[in-house]
Design a protein. Sequence first.
Lengths: 171, 749
Amino acid sequence: MSKAFELVILDPKQVHFERRDDTLSLTLDGDKHYSRVVLRSCFPVSEEQRYLSVLDATSDEQTELGILEDWQALDEDDREAVAQELGLYYLTPAIQRVDEITDELGFLYWTVETDKGTKEFVMRNNVIRHAREVSPGRWLLIDVNQARFEIPDIQALDRASQKLVSRHLYL
Amino acid sequence: MKENQDPPLQPILNAELPTSVVQTLDREGGKLHQVQIAAQSDLSPDGQFGEQWLLIDQQDLWVIDRHNGTAHTRHRFPLASIQEAHVERCVGNGLIQITADEQPHVLLHYSNELTDRFGRVAHYVQERADHGPDVPLPSPDADSHRCLACGRFLVDPSSKVCPNCIQRDKLLRRLMSLARPYWGKLGIILALLVAGVVVDLLPPYLTRILIDDVLRADANQNWLVWLVGGLLALQVIRVGLTILKNWLTINVSARFTSSIRDKLFAHLKSLPVDYFDKNQTGRLMTRINQDTGELQGLFSQMTNFALNIMLVLGIGVVLFTMSPALGLYVLIPTPFVLAAAFFYYRYMRPHFKRFWIARWRLNAMLNTFLSGVRVVKAFAQEDAEEGRYHDRNDRLLQTRLQVDLAWSKFFPLISFAFGAGGLIIWYAGGQAVLENRITLGTLMAFLSYLGMFYGPLSNLTQISQALNRFLTISQRVFEMLDEEPQKQAAKPVSKPHIGGRIEFDRVTFGYDPYYPVVRDLDFTIEPGEMIGLVGHSGAGKTTLVNLLCRFYDVTRGSIRIDGVDIRELEMDQVRQQIGMVLQTPFLFRGTLAENIAYGQPDASLYEIMRASKAANAHDFITRLPEGYDTIVGEGGTGLSGGERQRISIARAILHNPRILILDEATSSVDTQTERQIQEALDELVKGRTTIAIAHRLSTLYNADRILVLNHGKLEEQGAPQQLIDNKGTFYNLVQMQSQLARLDGAVAV
């Protein structure tokens, strides 16, 4: 039982991912095959590139197979598969321009241009709970559906967007 | 891109399919007229916002990607090959996965907004895989987060229509009918308001007479004392009217909101448990306390608005009748005043809000520090905490300075706007006086009226916002009042004395119907049997108990007590015969005696003591200085975990239930206390149908039968010894615990 309490670090040389359509599978140590695995970043906000938890999605409780310390060290094909999978698992569109924010009865209606396309979302106008400055100038917004949006750097936005954001997030 | 932002409202059944998707389907041999489900996702395969369609016809499940007007098939599975389907939560999105021919396949991702839609699709596919093509199609209901009236984003998921669609007249009518008992008093308030306005308008009129007809060498100088006396009388009347009006307003609004609070609570207690799951305690507290409190404030504000409207109209009429030309001049500064009031709210409010947020953060930090001061000291983090405090304090200082700076800039400006209006009148009016068009008294009266005019006027700019707020809060209150109480059978079966036979008949249930927590549970418990319920945390043990008490209704299958489906039973009666001892015993504020007699308020003191004695609680209670009269609960005497537990056992013994549920009753106490509690429990379970959930398997040694749950499924059942001999899951659990117990120096089982 002691094994369950110890972190298993995976050797990037022994890890081979494969994406078939939308499903990520894994071959470990050359012979152990998992027909579907899930990847979770242990520090999705502060260390996206490191410490990836690899889980066996076919088991009932999604047991952790191990941790990839640095997935940049994987072979190119594997790295590509991981990047794609993470891009799907974590939907955190980065806001590049803010077209409109309206404040209506306790809710903020946003219309934004993100790296993933145009989007409208609604956020509770409770800045303390739903907007978080994760590092100086970088903001994480959580909308009413628990969807996430990121402003990677407020200073990098155009002036009009900056003005809207700081007015409504009370910066 | 436009159509992506706004996925169709009723996507489940035969939604409007884009031509390119239809063509793709056609080309690959699908039949449009056979399509039963068409659900649109708002994400494309690469994780961009886009468009994918999941279609299900008679034979196949399809996923078609549509990009820049062209479409192609990404997945196609024969429905016959699909064994399983479910949705999984990712971060900010979710995915739907199926298992076909033993292989897992992710079909597509969708953003969180569409969770409900694909949950229903997955549920349907699973049902179809289990029970064949005749299972009912999911209902094409509007997605839950959209307004029932207009389909716009429903921002407050706990309300049903958006603020725009609130039917204002209907709402006001309903409010008025709720306020019916106060109509008389409201009428008096209105009369007082009118009287107050008249009294307000009189003094400048009197001063005009004073200046024009009295304070002149040739005039009736003996009027002076009468006029001043009249002014004094008006002021006295004004004071009286204001006091009376305020007192009545507060009285009516407080009583009105208090009656609403009563109504809300009375309704709240009849709502099913899942209502309380969906609405966190905090939000409900807000509804009941804060919303009604705010309603009271808004109520007073509304009478203020009424007063101001009357004042503005009254003064306007007086000004124009006194001198139509000067009246027009009054209007010149009006836009500035209105603009100033508007900008005040637009620009000053954010400053204030920033300050409030900073103050909240500072307070929160201080609060955490004070309650965790031992931890801070134990980890020697005083300096780090001081740094944190300093940062927040600094932020508070900055925001305070900003507020003051903004205010110091703004206030002179708004004073100027008000003052400039006066200057225009001084100039135009002065000329009129010099040219003898009006008297000096008229001009002075005019200026007094003017001083009374702009204040109420600027106040009126807030009316629409306040009215909106008033309506929204009323709407929320009414929505809660309209919430359906738990369904009761039309003719419930009365069972004043249940035998205690419990049957679970293929029970499947999920708090969220798309994520079943228990599946196909099928077992029978005989009257008087003691059942041990075992399994990892999250296996569904507590859920099973919740279902038995009908805190929730099963998704599929049925639960029967004495052969009757619990949905048919008179639930209050049944619950009165179910006793519960929970892991964290809950004590209400009151005496120990009241707490023990909670389910049986008419129990005699003798019965209370007898129950406590049986629960092994009597001795420690009598040792307390105030014995059974000790106040416990919030703000009362602190009891240890074991003592509280024994109180709750005494409560259950007094309640004398036919079915007894022990949910981890001894998990939070030390071994010594556990033994005491165990003795009390052994007494309690005699002759009752008992379901005991326990992590510590040693407490289940005298169970008649053990049920082992694993991931919501019944894995094994049998007598404890039999299960140990079988060397299955239970055996493994016992092995694990006895290893741990050996470390403890104790022996398990």
